[in-house]
Unconditional design. Structure first.
Lengths: 623, 480
C-alpha cells in the first residue's frame, strides 16, 4: 500500500539568520545551519573567488572539520545574504548579488524606501509607441490587442524599477483587466498599456486616487462595461448595466462579507457572516456609472484599409473617460448607507460613491490580505493582516489608503522576514508561473536581441504551456481566487487558502517542467524577431530572441558545489535543504563537462543545474 | 444490486485522509468490504455523467426561448425595450426560431411552447428525436421558495443560497452547495460512491477544463486531462535533456519526493499522481480511434472529443463509473448579447451534438448522460445590449437514457413587473427567475441514474431533505 504521508527525510534549511553562535560546532553533524551554511559558505567563498570577489575561503573540505573563523564569517555573511535575497524575492522579481549587498548595507527599510522613491521606468504606452505600433497603416495595429502581451512581458521580464513593477503586477491581480476582454476597443493594446501604466504610476500613491483612475480608464470601462453604459429608460424598461457596480464592490473594495480588521469575517446572529451589500445596492450604484464614453477630444481619423471606418486617435486610450451628462442617470441612488440625491451631477455622484467604497472599514483587511498573499504567503496569520490593514487605515501620518505604506508594511513585517517562516511546514506560497519566468529572465539578464520582446501567451501547446500570462486572467476573478482552498489536500483539512494551487493539476505540473526545458538552454523562441509584426508562416530568422546571459554560471561549470550554491542563493534565497543541495551536486557530478569544454556543453551543464533548482518543490514554494 | 452505504465506511474514509486513498486499486477497497465495511453500489456495466458548465451565467431567455404567441409577445416587448437600434439580435425574431421549435411528446400546459436559440439546430433535433430534454427554471435553492418568502426577512425559516448573483460563489454553489472555498462537490461525492467499481480510483472523476470543486469528493480526487494533449508527460523524464541516466533518475525522484512542508508535499503529490497515470492514460487513448467529426476552433468540442476518447479508453483504464467535467467561457454577456451569444451557443450545439454521435459510435449512447449547468441565468430586461446576473435558468440533458422530447419543471411566466399578480411570482425583479426546481433535485436525478441509492443521496446533497413535496420531487423523472 502506498503511503503518501510526508516523511522527515531532511531537516530545516535555516535555523537562524543572525546572530550565529560564535563557538565552534564540532558536534553538529546534521544538516542544520550553521553546518550547512559552512559547507555552503565554503562553496560560496570558492565561487566568489572564481568571480574575482569576496573573502578568501578556507579549504574546500568543510565536512566534519571544526569551522575556522573565516568559515564562520563566511557562514554569517551567507546567512545575511540569504535573508536579504529572501526579502528581495518578496519585494521584486529577482535578487542579484549587488541587490543583496545593497540591502545588507542599507537595511531593508532604507533600501525599500529608495526603491519606492526612484523615478519609474518607461511606461508601457510609450514603449508600444516607440516600437512603432501607433502608426496607422496597412498593418492595422489599431485593430489588435496582442501587442499588449509584449508590453506586459517586457515590463516584468526586464523593465527597470523592479519593486514598482512587482507591486503593479500584484495590483493587476486585484484590479483585474484582461487583454482578451478588451479586444473590441480601437487601439486595444494601447488601452491596456495605459491601464498597466496607471498601476505602476500609482503603486505607491493613494488607493482612493487609484480607484478613481481605474474607474475612468477606458480599458476598465470596456472590460466591465462602464464605457457606453446608459441611464435607465422608464419608457422602455432599459436599466443600467450592473457589471462594474457589482465587481467594484465584490472584488475591488469591500468583498462580500463584513470583515474584522484582521481579515476574519465579522459574525452576526447565530454565527452567520454579514453581507456587505445586496442586489438593491448593486442596482442603485449602477446608476452612478452611467454616461461615460471615450474621450475623443483629439478627433478621429480614418482607418487605413478599405472598407474604411472612423478611427479614434490613439491618444484617447490614455485619457480618462468623459461624462456625457445626457446619458447619466439623474435618479436618486442609495447604496451602502449613502444617498446620491436625485439630480446630482455625474462627477459629484462619482465622488460620493467612490468615497463610500474607499471609507468602508472592509477595504484595509480585504485589500491588505490579498497583497500579503501576492507577495509573501498564501495564508497569513490574522495578526499580520491586522497590522497591514491598520497601516491602510492610517499610515502613521493620519492618511488613509497610502499604498506605499501598505506595501512597506507587507514586505517589512516580521512574519515575512522572521526565520520562523523558514522552519514552518506551512508558511509561504507557491510562486506564480509568470513570476518564476520573470525571475529567470532578470536573474540571468535575459534580453531581447532584436528589442521587439515578442513574448505572448505560451499556450500554443498544452504540453509546454505556461499556466499564466501577465494581464491575461481568464476573467475579472484573476487566475485564482484569494479564498481558494485546494480540494483533497492537507490545506483543505486545515482550511488554509493557497490561491496559486488553483492552477496546479496533473497537466500543469508536467507542462511547467516542459516549459522550462524549452527556454532554459537558449532562451525564448520568437518568430521573425526583427519584425514588430507577427507573421503566421515560418521565416528564416525564427529563433531564440529573449536570451539569457549565463557567463557567470559558465565560470562555475565543473564545480557543481559552487554553481548550485549560487543558484540556491539567487533563485531561492538558500531555501534548498542541504540534502537537496547534495543531491543536485551529486547528480551534476555525473556530467564531466568543465570550463574548458565547448560553449554548447557548458550551456547544457548550466541549463541542467537551473532545471534542477527551478523544478524543485523547495524552489517552487517560496518562503 | 446496490447496497446501502455503511456510514462507518464513510467515516473510515474521512479519518484516513483523502491523499492516502488517491488512485488506490480496487482490491484494497474490497478488503474494506471483507473487513465488514459495506462497499457502495456495485456495477458491472458502464455509466458516465458529463457536466457541461457554461461559465459566466448563460442567458436563459435567448437559449430556451418562449415561443407560443402570447408569451413570445411579452418576451419581445420586454427584451426589445431600450435595445439600441441595430441590436435586433438581442430579441430573437419568431421567424428565426421556427427551425428550432421544440416538439415535446406531451404539450406543456397552458399552450406554452419553446424553441431553442436558432444556432442550436443539433440539440433541437435531438430533443425532438427523444434523446434530449429541457429542465425548466432550475437553480440553487436551500428550501422551496415563493416570491413572498424570498422577499421576507426571515432568513431562518426561508434561507437563501449563499451569495446569490456572485459569479464565483454561484459556480461553487452549483457544484458543491457551498460558496467559494468549498472543497468537495457533488460530482466528487458521487465519485466516492462509485470508486470501488473502478480498477483505478483516480480515473473516477476527470476534468478536461482546469480545477473544479465539482469533481472532488472525500476520497475521489479530480484527475486532469488536457483536451488537446491528453495525459501530459514530463519530457525530460525520458528524453536526453538530462543526458546522464543517473542525473535523469535523480531529477525524476526529486519531482516526486515527499516533503515535510505541506505546500511542497501537496505539489509533489499532484506531480507524482500525474506521472504515475500518464503512461496508462496515454496508452489507453492511443488505442481509441473515433470517426465522429468534432468541429475545430471550438474549445468545448475539443474537450468533449477528449471525453469521448477517454470513454473509449474505459477498458484500458478499468473504469465503470465516471464523472467528467468540461466548460465553455464567455457567457457573462452584460454587453454584446446580440453578437456574442449566438456563436457561443453554436459552439455548445456543435460540441454536444458531436459528443452524442460519438457515444453512439462507441456503443454507449444509453450509458452516458450529459447535462448543462451555469453560474446562473440572467435578467430578462435589457441594459441596452446585454443582460445582468440572474438566478434560475433552463438547462439541457442529453443521452440515450434521457426521456427526451419532454420538458421537466415548470414553465415560468414571462414578466418583469413587481406586482402581486400570479405572473410576477416566479421572478425576483427584472425577470431574474426564482427557481421552481432546485439544483439538488437535478443532481439527485442524475445521481440516482448513475447508481447512487436513496439512502446515499443525502450524503451527496445535504439540502435534499428540504425537498420531496409534490412540487419539488426528488426524482425529476428525466432519466430512465
Amino acid at each position: 500500500m502506498h503511503n503518501d504521508s510526508p516523511t522527515h527525510d531532511d531537516t530545516a534549511t535555516m535555523s537562524s539568520a543572525n546572530p550565529l553562535p560564535v563557538a565552534p560546532v564540532q558536534d553538529e553533524v546534521q544538516d542544520k545551519l550553521p553546518f550547512a551554511a559552512l559547507s555552503a559558505a565554503a562553496a560560496t567563498a570558492l565561487f566568489l573567488e572564481a568571480c574575482g570577489g569576496g573573502n578568501s575561503g578556507s579549504s574546500s573540505d568543510a565536512s566534519g572539520s571544526a569551522p575556522t573563523t573565516s568559515q564562520q564569517t563566511a557562514a554569517q555573511s551567507l546567512s545575511a545574504d540569504y535573508a536579504a535575497a529572501r526579502f528581495l524575492q518578496h519585494a521584486q522579481f529577482s535578487s542579484s548579488q549587488s541587490d543583496i549587498d545593497a540591502v545588507k548595507a542599507k537595511g531593508r527599510a532604507a533600501w525599500l524606501d529608495e526603491q519606492m522613491a526612484a523615478a519609474p521606468g518607461q511606461k508601457g504606452w510609450d514603449w508600444l509607441a516607440e516600437r512603432g505600433y501607433a502608426v496607422i497603416d496597412a498593418n492595422q495595429f489599431y485593430q489588435m490587442d496582442y501587442q499588449a502581451n509584449y508590453m506586459a512581458w517586457q515590463q516584468i521580464l526586464s523593465q527597470s524599477d523592479g519593486v514598482r513593477r512587482r507591486c503593479a503586477l500584484a495590483l493587476s491581480e486585484f484590479f483585474v483587466v484582461s487583454i482578451s476582454g478588451v479586444s473590441t476597443l480601437q487601439w486595444a493594446q494601447f488601452a491596456v498599456a495605459s491601464y498597466w501604466d496607471l498601476l505602476t504610476e500609482n503603486a505607491f500613491g493613494n488607493f482612493r486616487t487609484l480607484l478613481e483612475r481605474i474607474t475612468l480608464n477606458v480599458a476598465m470601462g470596456e472590460f466591465l462595461n462602464t464605457l457606453g453604459n446608459q441611464k435607465e429608460d422608464a419608457a422602455t424598461g432599459r436599466l443600467p448595466d450592473e457589471n462594474y457596480a457589482r465587481e467594484v464592490m465584490q472584488l475591488f473594495t469591500i468583498g462580500l462579507v463584513q470583515l474584522n480588521l484582521d481579515g476574519t469575517p465579522t459574525l452576526g446572529a447565530a454565527g452567520a457572516t454579514i453581507e456587505t451589500y445586496n442586489q438593491s445596492d448593486v442596482s442603485n450604484l449602477a446608476r452612478v456609472f452611467t454616461g461615460y464614453q471615450a474621450d475623443e477630444s483629439d478627433g478621429t481619423t480614418t482607418s487605413a484599409v478599405a472598407p474604411t471606418y472612423r478611427l479614434k486617435q490613439v491618444g484617447y486610450t490614455r485619457r480618462p473617460m468623459v461624462l456625457n451628462a445626457s446619458r447619466h442617470s439623474m435618479l436618486e441612488a442609495t447604496f451602502l448607507g449613502v444617498t446620491v440625491p436625485a439630480g446630482t451631477e455625474g462627477r459629484a455622484a462619482l465622488k460620493i460613491a467612490l468615497d463610500a467604497l474607499f471609507n468602508h472599514p472592509n477595504v484595509g483587511p480585504f485589500f491588505g490580505r490579498q497583497m500579503i498573499q501576492r507577495l509573501v504567503c498564501s495564508h497569513p496569520s490574522p495578526a499580520y493582516v491586522a497590522r497591514v490593514a491598520a497601516v491602510f487605515n492610517d499610515n502613521g501620518k493620519g492618511v488613509r489608503g497610502d499604498l506605499g505604506a501598505v506595501f512597506r508594511a507587507v514586505l517589512l513585517d516580521d512574519e515575512a522576514n522572521s526565520t520562523a517562516g523558514l522552519t514552518s511546514t506551512t508558511f509561504g506560497k507557491l510562486r506564480e508561473p509568470m513570476v518564476r519566468v520573470a525571475q529567470w529572465a532578470r536573474t540571468f539578464k535575459a534580453n531581447s536581441l532584436k528589442g521587439t520582446w515578442k513574448v505572448a501567451k505560451f499556450d500554443y501547446s498544452a504540453v509546454d504551456a505556461l499556466a499564466q500570462s501577465p494581464l491575461q486572467a481568464p476573467t475579472v476573478f484573476n487566475f485564482f481566487r484569494p479564498g481558494y482552498i485546494p480540494p483533497g489536500t492537507v490545506m483543505a483539512a486545515s482550511k488554509s487558502t493557497a490561491p496559486e494551487f488553483q492552477l496546479v493539476n496533473e497537466s500543469t505540473t508536467a507542462s511547467w517542467v516542459n516549459f522550462m526545458q524549452n527556454i532554459v538552454w537558449s532562451g525564448i523562441w520568437v518568430r521573425a524577431p526583427e519584425l514588430i509584426t507577427s507573421p503566421s508562416a515560418a521565416t528564416p530568422t525564427d529563433g531564440p530572441d529573449i536570451v539569457p546571459d549565463y557567463s557567470a554560471e559558465f565560470a562555475l561549470v565543473g564545480n557543481p558545489e559552487a554553481l548550485v550554491a549560487r543558484l540556491n542563493l539567487l533563485l531561492c534565497a538558500g531555501q534548498l535543504s542541504s540534502a537537496t543541495v547534495s543531491m543536485i551536486v551529486a547528480a551534476l557530478g555525473t556530467d564531466k563537462t568543465t570550463i574548458t569544454s565547448s560553449d554548447s556543453s557548458k550551456r547544457s551543464y548550466v541549463a541542467k543545474a537551473i532545471m534542477f533548482v527551478m523544478c524543485c518543490a523547495e524552489y517552487l514554494v517560496q518562503k | 444490486m446496490t447496497t446501502p452505504i455503511d456510514s462507518s465506511r464513510r467515516d473510515f474514509l474521512r479519518h484516513t485522509g483523502s491523499t492516502a486513498l488517491t488512485g488506490l486499486a480496487a482490491p484494497w477497497l474490497l478488503n474494506l468490504a471483507a473487513m465488514g465495511e459495506a462497499a457502495a453500489f456495485s456495477a458491472s456495466d458502464y455509466k458516465a455523467l458529463v457536466c457541461v458548465f457554461l461559465v459566466g451565467g448563460n442567458d436563459y431567455a435567448n437559449t430556451v426561448v418562449t415561443f407560443d404567441d402570447a408569451s413570445y409577445a411579452k418576451y419581445n416587448a420586454i427584451r426589445s425595450a431600450g435595445t439600441g437600434s441595430g441590436n435586433s439580435g438581442m430579441v430573437l425574431s419568431r421567424a428565426s426560431l421556427a427551425a428550432t421549435e421544440l416538439r415535446p411528446a406531451v404539450a406543456l400546459p397552458d399552450g406554452r411552447k419553446y424553441a431553442l436559440n436558432p444556432n442550436m439546430t443539433g440539440l433541437a433535433g435531438l430533443f425532438n428525436a427523444g434523446k434530449a430534454a429541457v429542465q425548466l427554471n432550475v437553480g440553487p435553492l436551500v428550501v422551496p421558495l415563493t416570491r413572498e418568502q424570498y422577499n421576507s426577512t426571515n432568513r431562518v425559516k426561508y434561507p437563501l443560497p449563499p451569495k446569490l448573483f456572485s459569479h464565483n460563489d454561484q459556480q461553487s454553489v452549483w457544484q458543491s452547495s457551498s460558496p467559494e472555498g468549498a472543497t468537495t462537490g457533488w460530482g466528487g461525492k458521487i465519485g466516492d460512491m462509485a470508486m470501488a467499481n473502478n480498477g483505478d480510483g483516480l480515473f473516477s472523476c476527470i476534468s478536461v477544463t482546469g480545477n473544479q470543486v465539482f469533481l472532488t469528493g472525500d476520497a475521489a480526487l479530480q484527475y486532469q486531462c488536457s483536451a488537446s494533449a491528453g495525459a501530459i508527460a514530463v519530457k525530460s523524464a525520458s528524453d536526453t535533456f538530462f543526458y546522464q541516466p543517473e542525473m535523469r533518475a535523480a531529477f525524476v525522484a526529486m519531482l516526486q519526493q515527499n516533503r515535510p512542508h505541506v505546500l511542497e508535499n501537496e505539489y509533489n503529490a499532484i506531480m507524482r499522481r500525474g506521472m504515475a497515470a500518464q503512461a496508462k492514460v496515454s496508452a489507453g487513448l492511443s488505442g481509441v480511434s473515433l470517426k465522429t467529426a468534432f468541429a475545430t476552433g471550438n474549445d468545448l468540442a475539443d474537450q468533449l472529443k477528449m471525453v469521448a476518447q477517454l470513454i473509449g479508453a474505459r477498458g484500458a483504464l478499468g473504469a465503470r463509473r465516471q464523472v467528467f467535467m468540461v466548460s465553455l467561457g464567455g457567457f457573462d454577456l452584460h454587453d454584446y448579447l446580440d453578437t456574442k451569444h449566438g456563436p457561443l451557443l453554436k459552439k455548445v450545439d456543435e460540441a454536444m451534438t458531436a459528443f452524442y454521435q460519438a457515444t453512439v459510435e462507441l456503443g454507449v449512447a444509453n450509458q452516458v448522460t450529459t447535462f448543462t449547468a451555469s453560474d446562473f441565468g440572467r435578467t430578462l430586461t435589457s441594459n441596452g445590449d446585454g443582460s445582468d446576473h440572474g438566478w434560475g435558468s433552463h438547462h439541457l440533458m442529453m443521452g440515450g437514457a434521457v426521456k427526451g422530447a419532454a420538458f421537466y419543471g415548470k414553465a415560468p411566466p414571462v414578466s418583469v413587473s413587481d406586482t402581486t399578480a400570479a405572473q410576477d411570482q416566479w421572478h425576483v425583479g427584472q425577470g431574474r427567475l426564482l427557481p421552481s426546481t432546485s439544483v439538488d433535485q437535478y443532481a439527485a436525478t442524475l445521481a440516482r441514474w448513475f447508481g447512487v441509492t436513496d439512502a446515499e443521496l443525502p450524503s451527496v446533497l445535504p439540502d435534499l431533505k428540504n425537498f420531496g413535496s409534490v412540487d419539488y420531487p426528488v426524482n425529476l423523472g428525466f432519466l430512465a
